[in-house]
Each structure stands twice: as C-alpha cells, then as structure tokens.
Design a protein around this ligand. Structure first.
Ligand code: SF4
Ligand code: SF4
Length: 373
C-alpha cells in the first residue's frame, strides 16, 4: 500500500552519526558496530550523517558499520551537502560523489542541503543548488531531497513557497525550544506541515542537555514514571508529532542506544498526564538562565583563537544548573586546555554568523571570562 506521507513506514527513531563513541581522534568502530547491530535487531533502519560530521569520518563509519554489513534494502541513510564554503557550483557534484564513495553507496535515500537559513537560501540560489538536487533525484542517486533548517518560520515558508520540489524538512524540535522565539520549533513545524512536507526531527534531546537535568527536574520525571529515563521524555515528546520521517538521536554509548530502543521499539505517544508533566518541567527550566547551545560546533572551525565555545558554554550551563563551583572550574580548565580561554576572544565575530541558535557568543564569552577569572 502507498505511504500516506513520505517516511510513514520508517520507525520513529533514527541513528544520528554525529556523536559516535571515540577512541582518541578515531571513531570506536567496534562499539559503533555493536550499537548498529542492537539498533537494527529491534527493527530500526534510519541512519543520518553529513559530509562534515567528525571531519568526514562519520560517512566512513556508515560504510563500515552499516553498508558493508547489511543488505542495501534493509536500511535508509541520509547525508548533507554543506554550502557554506562553496564558491564554484562544480564543487557540489564533487562533494556528493565523495559522500557516496566514503559510505560505499550508489545512492542516498535522503539527501539534504545542510543547515539552510534565509541567508543560505540566497547562496543556494547563486550556486544552482536547487537544480543540482533535482538532478540527483532524477538520476536516482538521491531518492528523496530536502534540507535541514535553522532560522525563523517566515524564512522556512519563503523556501517552501519557492521550492515545492523539496520533499521534507529537518527541524530542531524539543520541548524546551517548542515555543522559543529564537528556534521557533512549533512555528517551523506548522509551516512544514502546512506545505505537506514530512519532517525529520533533530536535537530532540538538545545536544544531550535534556538527558542531564537539574535535580528538581529529575524528581518531577521520576515521580511521574520511576522506570523511565529522563532522555526518554524528550525523545517521546518529539516522536509524538504527526507527519514524521523519524526522530534523530545522536547516540554516543551503548547505554544510550539500549535505553532509546527500549521505549521506541513499541512507541506510545505521550498521553495527557505525561504532557502535563513535560509542561511542569518546561516551566522549571524556563526559570533557569541557561545558554541554549546544542554543541553543534558550527562556530568552532572559524575561530582564530581556537576557543572551544560549546565546551565553555556547557561548563557555564552546568554551573547554573548544578552550582558545582569546583567541578565547573575543573571542567573549564579541561575544555580550554588545548585552545583559547574565554578571555582570549578577539571579538572578530566569525563564530556568531554560524550559530543556528543565534547566541550572542562574544557577550556570553565575556561573562564566562569574568566567571572563571
Ligand atoms: S568572536 Fe571570539 S569566539 Fe568568535 S570566532 Fe572570533 S575570537 Fe573566536
Ligand atoms: S554556540 Fe551556537 S554554533 Fe556554537 S556549538 Fe553552540 S549552538 Fe552550535
């Protein structure tokens, strides 16, 4: 029977390959393979990578852990085309072919323009990226085409009006950002559905921060359902929406994977009482002044001072949430060991343009410098 919408038959948990377990600078392939096996054994089939993830090693890990070990029709995989450094339209074909070669594939099931915004829509126009995507689809080298997105709902609507050929959108959706004015999860989701686009959800656990919660939040969740992990609420919240291809979780350990598959194997959407519990948690979190960093690292490469911006922001957030001053000092030393300190920022602004969360990185680093002086 034909699918009612693209991706309807895919289970609502996808394996994000951006935070794989590492051994030094290399991906821990043995652990990754065990995770893939446990995932596939429970009927999950969707893998998400990108040309830039882990410096290109993520696509190679897809080959070694999935493509070389499972029949091609038993899984779907997605990767993404980064436009931000491209000058010449010919580079798009080169990058796409490299993504195929790294993963040992003849086609990707889902191919995405990576991290579109109003500004990158213009870049996509200049490069002819829309026609390039259509060509890949016509050739069968990309079965479905779409884009991941970080900007306002208005900017999303503009793209969808101009590009009906895009079949799906990948959006950042989680219960903290649902009503956020900077991320606009709800508004973006509603625009996507208005245009009948299927949705892939990214960052349901907000870069892991909705798995590690302050004690007063953990207590609310544990009281409601003692056996369920804190992360499970975030994934189930996202997966309860309609019209999804899948919900991506960037899994880094076997423990995380086993937990995720345990409740997503026979997924049940959140009921009314569970929704009320999530709202209670949102109210608590909104009262705490944390930095909305998802650790995507898009800001890091261009920093002339080699400042580990997401590492510093995580340390600041941990301090806000747990008030562990000694732990935060140690963590700050650790994350600034190999690069610049917060106070080394020269305010060049190279990072802020890349931040999908629109964080005022320079100002926030000033605060961090004062905190850890
Ligand atoms: S503004 Fe500061 S943190 Fe941002 S790229 Fe420049 S030096 Fe790095
Ligand atoms: S500061 Fe922004 S760009 Fe940098 S890691 Fe955090 S969310 Fe990503």
């Amino acid at each position: 029977m034909a699918e009612k919408y693209l991706g309807e038959s895919i289970k609502n948990l996808g394996f994000g390959l951006m935070r794989l377990p590492m051994k030094g600078d290399e991906i821990d392939m043995e652990q990754t393979k065990r995770m893939v096996d446990a995932f596939m054994a429970k009927g999950f089939t969707y893998f998400d990578t990108a040309y830039v993830y882990i410096g290109g090693k993520s696509e190679v890990a897809l080959k070694e852990a999935v493509v070389d070990r499972y029949p091609r029709d038993s899984f779907q995989c997605a990767t993404k085309l980064p436009l931000w450094d491209l000058k010449d339209p010919g580079e798009m074909e080169k990058i796409f072919q490299e993504s195929l070669d790294r993963a040992g594939l003849e086609y990707y099931d889902f191919y995405l323009l990576h991290a579109l915004s109003a500004e990158r829509e213009k870049q996509a126009d200049e490069l002819g990226a829309w026609d390039f995507m259509k060509k890949l689809k016509a050739e069968g080298r990309a079965k479905h085409i779409g884009f991941s997105f970080h900007d306002t709902a208005e900017a999303l609507e503009h793209i969808l009006q101009n590009h009906p050929e895009m079949e799906f959108v990948q959006l950042q959706i989680n219960y903290v950002d649902w009503e956020s004015e900077s991320v606009q999860s709800r508004k973006c989701y509603e625009v996507a559905r208005k245009y009948n686009k299927s949705v892939i959800i990214m960052e349901p656990v907000r870069g892991g921060s909705l798995a590690i919660m302050p004690p007063q939040v953990q207590e609310v969740f544990k009281k409601a359902e003692p056996e369920m992990s804190v992360a499970s609420w975030a994934i189930r919240y996202a997966a309860s929406l309609d019209g999804l291809i899948t919900v991506l979780s960037g899994m880094s350990t076997e423990e995380q994977l086993n937990d995720n598959v345990s409740y997503m194997e026979n997924f049940q959407p959140l009921n009314e009482a569970e929704r009320a519990t999530v709202q209670q948690v949102v109210d608590i979190l909104n009262s705490l002044p944390t930095i909305p960093c998802t650790a995507c690292k898009y800001c890091v490469d261009g920093c002339p001072q080699k400042i580990n911006i997401p590492g510093i922001f995580k340390t600041m957030n941990d301090l806000t949430l747990y008030n562990n001053v000694e732990g935060a000092k140690r963590s700050y030393e650790n994350v600034t060991k190999e690069g610049g300190k917060a106070g080394d920022c020269v305010q060049c602004g190279a990072c802020e343009a890349h931040c999908p969360q629109k964080i005022q990185i320079i100002e926030t680093l000033k605060k961090a410098a004062q905190t850890f002086a």
